[in-house]
Design a protein around this ligand. Structure first.
Ligand code: CAA
Length: 379
């Protein structure tokens, strides 16, 4: 692992930092308050190449490496964790899965507009009764010859109300259990496909989370991804990479809160001195800085392993498990350091604390990450 960032990596980091400061920061409090999706900002992120960062330019992507992705995700999430999850899902769960496993026709038709940011995508695995226990899919895709008939409900789908294309996981042959599951590309607007309720969330309120309802939706056979029965393995492979995205989002939330807390501690005075001169505060900041650095290293390790084509189930799970805990701990302490100011919206850290919590839940809860890690180390 090389800790020296290249010119290109530093450039993308700076571009994402400038974009976040100039375009995301100005109305981030209002978007959180009003649950407003950052439509214009996401459009610009697409134009900057941030929505298909690692995709081959021949399919509309920016052709960058995964370390660049971690760097850019951190900068976006420092300021706006909602914009960061839109970016993570489109890059990791949608574009990466299509680039690796879709047919050439599917790549031309769907990956190209998604990677170039003309449209965004969503990944629909979770259901009302299948979250962590992802093999218990109740959504069915009945094989009808030249098409599948899709029926069921998906829950908590990021980009659910704004996506144009959805990767939907469904059970075709229950007797075969997870080997009977398939993944499909479904287009918004197809007959029988309805966007359900928007969730009113604790955090990442600028992101758009919906249920999806499928009522006899005809999905052409050519929209199945991979061989018959490949859907569950597809979802697991995609989620391994997705966990690097969410780990980087958590890292960004933590480092954003840390930077604000450090700045505040250097200026706020109590007992005749800046509060950073009180060991009780300085030690909190020391812990934050150490843990954030460790989280960043885990993200880089998983990203380097991904680019080297290695199995990233363990390193991706470790990065997400650790970085999401650091995001939670750091944001709680950042609110504490800010005292009464930390509890009001204007100082940003209360939003970051609310945003941090989801990183311990989606794309596999912390408990699921421990299952993945423990299975990997006991092989
Ligand atoms: N990488 C690759 N393959 C994996 C894998 C991994 N991390 N974990 C399991 N698999 C494969 C297994 O090898 C097995 O395949 P084969 O039969 O071909 O060998 C298959 O998956 C089934 O595995 P298990 O028997 O181990 O299945 P299980 O029922 O015990 O569950 C699990 C495994 C790891 C718990 C899995 O169900 C899981 O990851 N659950 C969490 C689901 C999740 O992360 N959901 C997030 C929703 S998406 C989201 O949040 C997006 C968003 O909007 C932000």
């Amino acid at each position: 692992m090389d800790f020296n960032l290249s010119e290109e990596q530093l450039m993308i980091q700076q571009a994402a930092r400038d974009f976040a400061q100039n375009e995301l920061l100005p109305e981030v409090i209002e978007r959180d308050r009003d649950q407003k999706f950052p439509t214009e900002q996401v459009k610009k992120m697409g134009e900057m190449g941030l929505l298909g960062m690692m995709v081959d330019p021949k399919y509309g992507g920016a052709g960058m490496d995964s370390v660049s992705y971690v760097l850019a995700m951190e900068e976006i999430a420092k300021i706006d964790a909602s914009a960061a999850v839109v970016m993570s899902v489109n890059n990791s769960l949608v574009c990466a899965g299509l680039e690796k496993f879709a047919s050439e026709e599917q790549k031309v038709k769907y990956l190209t507009p998604l990677a170039s940011g003309q449209v965004i995508g969503a990944f629909a695995l979770s259901e009302p009764e299948a979250g962590s226990d992802a093999t218990s899919q109740k959504t069915t895709a009945e094989d009808k010859g030249d098409y599948y008939l899709l029926n069921g409900i998906k829950n908590w789908i990021t980009n659910g109300g704004t996506a144009s294309y959805y990767i939907v996981i469904a059970q075709t042959d229950p007797e075969k259990k997870h080997k009977g599951i398939n993944a499909f590309i479904v287009e918004r607007g197809w007959e029988g496909f309805e966007i359900g309720l928007k969730e009113d969330k604790l955090g990442i309120r600028g992101s758009d989370t919906h249920s999806l309802i499928f009522n006899n939706v005809k999905v052409p056979k050519e929209n199945r991804i991979g061989e018959d029965g490949f859907g569950f393995n597809f979802a697991m492979a995609v989620l391994n990479g997705g966990r690097i995205g969410i780990a980087s989002q958590a890292l960004g939330i933590a480092s954003g809160a840390y930077e604000l807390a450090l700045k505040y501690a250097k200026t706020r005075k109590a007992f005749k001195t800046e509060i950073i001169n009180h060991q009780a505060i300085a030690f909190k900041l020391a812990d934050m800085a150490t843990q954030i650095t460790a989280a960043r290293m885990l993200c880089f390790k998983a990203a380097c392993e991904k680019d080297a084509g290695k199995d990233i189930s363990e390193s991706g799970a470790m990065a997400k498990l650790y970085a999401s805990q650091v995001a939670m701990d750091t944001t709680i302490e950042a609110v504490q350091i800010h005292g009464g100011y930390g509890y009001v919206k204007e100082y940003h850290v209360e939003r970051m604390m609310r945003d941090a919590k989801i990183t311990q839940i989606y794309e596999g809860t912390s408990e699921i990450q421990k299952i993945v890690i423990s299975r990997s180390i006991s092989k």
